[in-house]
Ligand binder design. Structure first.
Ligand SMILES: [Zn+2]
Length: 261
């Protein structure tokens, strides 16, 4: 069957509009709606307090209308209460500037508080809706492009590098060789020397570090959420599958620095 539809955000509209939405979907032959992409503040209006009445009603209304639901983890847009309670989870730019709350994507995927809160809300959704007849698939996170350069991210990046190259000295030697750190005297003598910031005075290891950090960032986003959703019972419901599968391993990079004009 061809799925036809798009994102649907009923929380942004009033109840009379919801009925009209369904009628228009029917008229347009829409058979699938992605729900909840940015709904964290609606689902968890304060820490640990969940509200599902509007989401229950949405899934029931769509199901009655023959519209399947792709249910999203709302993890790409933490609520204001989360950012205020966990300022260390606000993203930091490559130049070290920490951003403030006020839009979507205000999170650091490496911050323990964010990772725990994201898994918690994804687990709540899975527990409640894994067996719902409207559920067609899960939409895990949204647009894996939010980057952070904070100390959490740097520590996670170093840990990831040690897994790839080996934590002992031969591993560090291999990293220095692969990254061409002999150029301009940038050889790392210790893993702690390897920082994540790429706002640097001149182009040296920056591009290599940026490419490698990008590979690591892809892995940061989805693995705990996918695990949380997979751990839920399916209650005899049809096979659920995940939108946007992410490679289990980032490609191994073998870059060498070349001369820079
Ligand atoms: Zn961060």
């Amino acid at each position: 069957m061809l799925l036809f539809g798009g994102d649907y955000n009923p929380e942004q509209w009033d109840e009379p509009t919801w009925a009209e939405d369904v009628a228009l979907m029917h008229e347009a032959r829409v058979n699938t709606a992605t729900v909840g992409v940015f709904s964290w503040s609606w689902i968890e209006p304060s820490e640990g307090r969940y509200r599902f009445d509007w989401l229950d009603a949405t899934l029931e209304r769509l199901h009655r209308a023959g519209v399947s639901v792709i249910l999203a983890t709302p993890t790409a847009s933490p609520p204001p209460w989360f950012s205020l309670a966990h300022p260390d989870a606000l993203p930091v730019r490559a130049d070290g500037t920490r951003l403030v709350h006020g839009s979507r994507d205000t999170y650091c995927a490496a911050a323990p508080s964010y990772r725990q809160a994201a898994v918690r809300v994804a687990t709540k959704l899975a527990e409640r809706y894994a067996g719902h007849p409207a559920l067609a698939m899960w939409h895990v996170h949204n647009e894996y492009g939010t980057r952070c350069w904070c100390d959490h991210a740097a520590a996670a990046f170093r840990s990831w590098l040690q897994q790839r190259y080996g934590a002992a000295q031969p591993g560090l030697d291999e990293l220095n060789q692969a990254w061409g750190t002999a150029f301009w005297g940038q050889r790392y003598g210790d893993w702690e020397d390897c920082l994540l910031y790429t706002s640097i005075p001149a182009c040296s290891t920056g591009p290599i570090l940026l490419c490698t950090a990008s590979a690591r960032a892809r892995e940061l986003f989805s693995s705990p959420l996918r695990a949380a959703l997979r751990s839920r019972p399916r209650s005899g419901a049809p096979e659920r599958w995940f939108q946007r599968p992410v490679p289990r391993r980032a490609p191994r990079l073998r870059l060498r620095a070349t001369s820079v004009p």
